[in-house]
Design a protein around this ligand. Structure first.
Ligand SMILES: Nc1ncnc2c1ncn2[C@@H]1O[C@H](COP(=O)(O)OP(=O)(O)O)[C@@H](O)[C@H]1O
Ligand SMILES: [Mg+2]
Length: 290
């Protein structure tokens, strides 16, 4: 190769390099970092994150997530969504800049997931593309259509005496072991030919009862049109607390798609207990809206 040719090659090479260097802009972004000051059952106190918003998701080491719940001037009360045994005072905490959200979509039908959107069954990963925040403003009352279509529970005495309508809420009250869950499950089973999708939210139940419910739904073929959102009794209270919100967002996705949806919260006693636990640990008033 001739010497002048090498020169030319070098020249083109370096001029491209120079151009690259000139157009390269170092991307600078600011990141807030705080520290864990204390960890208790299901909650953590964090200092040094003054910019955090209410209900913002914060990240601890080991992919542990938490929701900023108490915003004091110098300290933050965070509800943890994973087990916290590996968390220590002094650990780093990062902001995520977003609120808690959950995957939604047709792909959830037939699946059992936890309130963070992780599958609990053995059917592989979820095929969803959209996410909804778990807390959204509700539709204003005046925008809602009147209740005109009945929701058949399949229990003659209920459908005849106190019919339930689509778009209505119905509270099932009773002592334990009196068949409240049985009514809810029967109603889900009865929707097989009613063109109604079902969302069953098990809140803080024992794993054995959840397995029993899942087996009944599976046996009777109800999983074709049902999503199960599950938080178990030994999950952190934060997870139990967000379970009904996550379930509602999933149901609202189907509603936005024009479908009729039946959503069952089973049961809200456990939710009240989880909320009370979190509130007392965060030194907030423990009462909760119905
Ligand atoms: N109509 C019924 N007749 C007889 N047994 C029932 C009936 N409904 C429910 N059961 C039984 O009662 C037990 C408790 O029902 P469950 O629905 O779990 O109660 P709850 O949710 O109110 O605690 C279950 O073993 C269930 O099979
Ligand atoms: Mg029950």
């Amino acid at each position: 190769m001739k010497v002048e040719n090498i020169d030319k090659h070098f020249e083109t090479f370096f001029s491209e390099l120079r151009q690259g260097v000139q157009t390269f802009i170092l991307p600078l972004s600011s990141k807030e970092k705080g520290n864990v000051t204390s960890v208790a059952t299901g909650i953590a106190k964090v200092s040094g994150l003054p910019g955090v918003g209410f209900e913002e998701l914060v990240k601890f080491p080991g992919e542990i997530l938490g929701i900023a719940f108490n915003l004091d001037p110098d300290e933050l009360g965070v509800v943890l969504l994973r087990n916290y045994w590996d968390l220590h005072a002094g650990d780093d905490v990062h902001r995520t800049g977003k609120v808690m959200d959950i995957c939604v979509g047709e792909g959830l039908l037939g699946r059992i997931i936890d309130p963070l959107g992780r599958p609990l069954d053995d059917k592989g990963s979820l095929s969803t593309t959209e996410r909804y925040p778990i807390e959204r403003p509700a539709r204003p009352i005046m925008d809602r259509a009147a209740v005109t279509v009945p929701l058949q529970t399949g229990l003659k005495v209920i459908d005849a005496l106190i019919p339930v309508g689509r778009g209505q809420r119905e509270l099932i009250l009773g002592d334990r072991q009196t068949g409240k869950t049985a009514i809810a499950i029967d109603t889900i089973l009865n929707q097989h030919d009613q063109n109604v999708l079902c969302v069953y939210c098990a809140i803080g139940q024992r794993a054995s009862s959840i397995a029993k419910t899942a087996a009944i739904l599976d046996q009777k073929g109800a999983f074709n049109y049902t999503v199960m959102i599950v938080s178990e009794g030994n999950d952190p209270p934060g997870l139990t607390y967000i379970a009904p919100y996550a379930a509602t967002s999933i149901a609202e996705f189907f509603m936005d798609a024009g479908r009729d949806v039946l959503i069952v919260y089973d049961d809200l006693t456990h939710h009240a207990r989880a909320y009370r636990e979190i509130s007392l640990l965060l030194r907030r008033p423990p009462g909760r809206e119905a």
